[in-house]
Write a protein that binds this ligand. Structure first.
Ligand SMILES: Nc1nc2c(c(=O)[nH]1)N[C@H]1C(S)=C(S)[C@@H](COP(=O)(O)OP(=O)(O)OC[C@H]3O[C@@H](n4cnc5c(N)ncnc54)[C@H](O)[C@@H]3O)O[C@H]1N2
Ligand code: MOO
Length: 525
């Protein structure tokens, strides 16, 4: 066994792929990819051919104070809050579905135990149920799991018993088979001290009938299905997943083969449906509409889904049809541009009663930014997750390296978690997916930037298992205070929680606000 676990080695390899190749990185437009050198020390002299073209961040002493968002865009936290409140409540009425259909849905009511668990005193081991102190005479018949209630034991009597079988009335302990021996007269002797109650799981040890096991809003996972079955459920009250449709815009997109003649592969059509599914939606269709204003109009007006997600066409180019189409149908723009890089042209609109549209910018990482800024909070409410433990999927972690900030806007930067620190990844330009594909989360870098060591909020990727615990959980009962194992045979581990939330305020200078905005936009868009 080496000192480094396999997962670390794998992460090293992944990090080398996204952070190790400075040449490859510099081969891209360096304006798109701010450099993540530690900002507490002066920028290191780099070989001329690899020197970044981005000027070093000025020290924090010269950083602007907390600055308002440039333009008339919504700040990033305000945009998320607005998206979360855009729908007042889950989009659907609760329905009862059989257990086998409830996976991935959201509990519409607390999961309450319908029975004590265990529902009878149970043997935790194969061996003998014994009455009083030994030695014991052993009954001819044994007790197996699933058998009817056995006869009571008297003192000095024992009966063979299997794990999971009912404990006979008046039994005082269970003696494991490896801890007892029968003599030539058939009498049972204990090979070690017998403690009253040992290896008996008393009725109600895990819960009493009526106990709350999980709150409304919990995601039905495989483990929840098992718990619900054990607790007596045949069906579960759940919210159905909100329906979503993805409209991919752009004449330049190919669905297969290599990019050619100015055409590129559609990266969002394959990426968004599973991502939306992980955020709680049921994606019913992905439609590729090209740059056709009429097709977009018809698709939006004929859609019946709770959520429409468009990709591309959010800016003001000649074939950017999203804004004109929303104006044409009289949609209510709830968020029109967000002070976040990448992704600032993202938008959220109400296109009908209880029906919303999230417009994602076409640049792929900008689309991810829009997805997590607007679609995630909206879907959290629509799916019913907001009611329970499905709060924002964020945690905080200290940055391993400083991250240069935008003067006015929040930055979302792909990070990998290593040794409980967030390692900013390169290849984080708006058009790049290489960084996010190797990431565990997106760090929320406040306007002005963040020094190495600063604790920043990290947006969870729905499939990533963070090294540090999330700050949200199903309740203190599960990991608050010392664990009482109950019996020596029942060991339990505790979950660790770290705080949620983020600080604010510039720490790494982003350059003078005046005149630097254009430069900032160059660098961060
Ligand atoms: N004059 C300005 N131009 C732009 C601004 C600006 O502020 N002023 N913002 C830039 C930023 S930032 C972004 S982001 C984009 C947003 O553009 P759109 O949402 O209109 O997207 P498109 O123009 O359609 O595409 C942008 C880019 O992304 C590529 N793309 C589009 N869809 C896909 C896809 N499904 N898979 C892969 N790549 C895709 C597309 O080919 C373009 O390269 O506007 C900037 N312009
Ligand atoms: O969405 Mo843009 O590419 O904001 O950076």
């Amino acid at each position: 066994m080496t000192g480094q676990p396999a997962s670390d080695a794998e992460l090293d390899e992944a990090l080398a792929l996204v952070n190790g190749h400075r040449d490859a990185y510099n081969g891209h437009d360096a304006h798109e990819d701010p450099v993540h050198r530690p900002t507490s020390a002066p920028a290191q002299a780099a070989p001329a051919q690899t020197a970044p073209s981005v000027p070093a961040a000025p020290p924090s002493a010269t950083a602007p104070p907390s600055t308002p968002a440039a333009h008339d865009t919504t700040t990033w936290p305000a945009a998320r809050a607005r998206a979360e409140r855009a729908a007042p409540e889950p989009g659907t009425e609760p329905v009862d579905v059989p257990l086998h259909r409830a996976l991935g849905m959201i509990l519409a009511a607390p999961l309450t135990a319908l029975t004590d668990l265990p529902s009878f005193d149970t043997s935790a081991m194969d061996g003998w149920a014994v009455g009083g102190p030994g030695p014991w005479t052993v009954r001819a018949d044994g007790i197996l799991a699933g058998h009817a209630r056995p006869d009571a034991l008297s003192d000095g009597e024992a009966v063979r018993i299997a794990t999971g079988a009912r404990i006979p009335p008046d039994a005082t302990a269970v003696l494991r088979s490896e801890h007892g021996r029968t003599d030539d007269k058939g009498r049972l002797h204990a090979l070690r001290d017998v403690i009253t109650g040992q290896d008996i799981r008393p009725r109600g040890q895990e819960c009493r009938s009526g106990d709350h096991l999980l709150p409304a809003g919990a995601l039905v996972t495989p483990a929840v299905l098992g718990l619900a079955a054990a607790a007596g459920y045949d069906t579960l009250p759940v919210f159905r997943r909100p329906c979503a449709e993805v409209l991919v815009l752009g004449d330049e997109l190919l669905t297969d083969g290599l990019p050619r003649e100015g055409l590129i592969r559609d990266a969002l059509g394959p990426m968004l449906p599973p991502w939306l599914h992980a955020l709680g939606a049921e994606v019913t269709a992905v439609r590729r509409l090209g740059d056709d204003a009429e097709a977009l109009h018809d698709a939006i007006t004929s859609s019946t889904t709770d959520l429409i997600v468009t990709t591309g066409g959010t800016a003001s180019g000649p074939v950017d049809h999203v804004h004109p189409t929303l104006r044409r149908i009289g949609a209510e723009l709830l968020v029109d541009g967000v002070a976040v890089r990448p992704g600032h042209p993202m938008l959220l609109a109400r296109v009908g009663a209880g029906r919303h549209l999230v417009g994602l910018p076409g640049n792929p990482l900008a689309a991810v930014s829009g997805l997590l800024t607007l679609a995630e909070p909206l879907l959290r409410t629509l799916s019913g997750r907001a009611a329970g433990c499905g709060g924002p999927s964020t945690y905080t972690a200290p940055l391993r390296d400083g991250v240069q900030g935008h003067p006015h806007d929040t930055r979302l930067v792909p990070v990998a978690l290593r040794d409980e620190r967030a390692v900013p990844l390169h290849f984080n330009g708006p058009a790049m997916l290489r960084g996010i594909a190797a990431a565990d989360g997106l760090a929320v870098v406040p306007p002005g930037g963040a020094r190495a060591g600063r604790e920043v909020e990290v947006l969870d990727l729905p499939w990533a298992v963070p090294e540090v615990g999330t700050g949200t959980g199903v309740g203190a009962a599960l990991y608050g205070g010392p664990i009482d194992g109950g019996q020596a045979e029942d060991s339990a581990g505790s979950g660790a929680g770290v705080g949620t939330g983020s600080g604010a305020g510039p720490e790494v200078g982003a350059g003078p606000a005046d005149g630097a905005v254009v430069d900032g936009e160059e660098r961060f868009t």
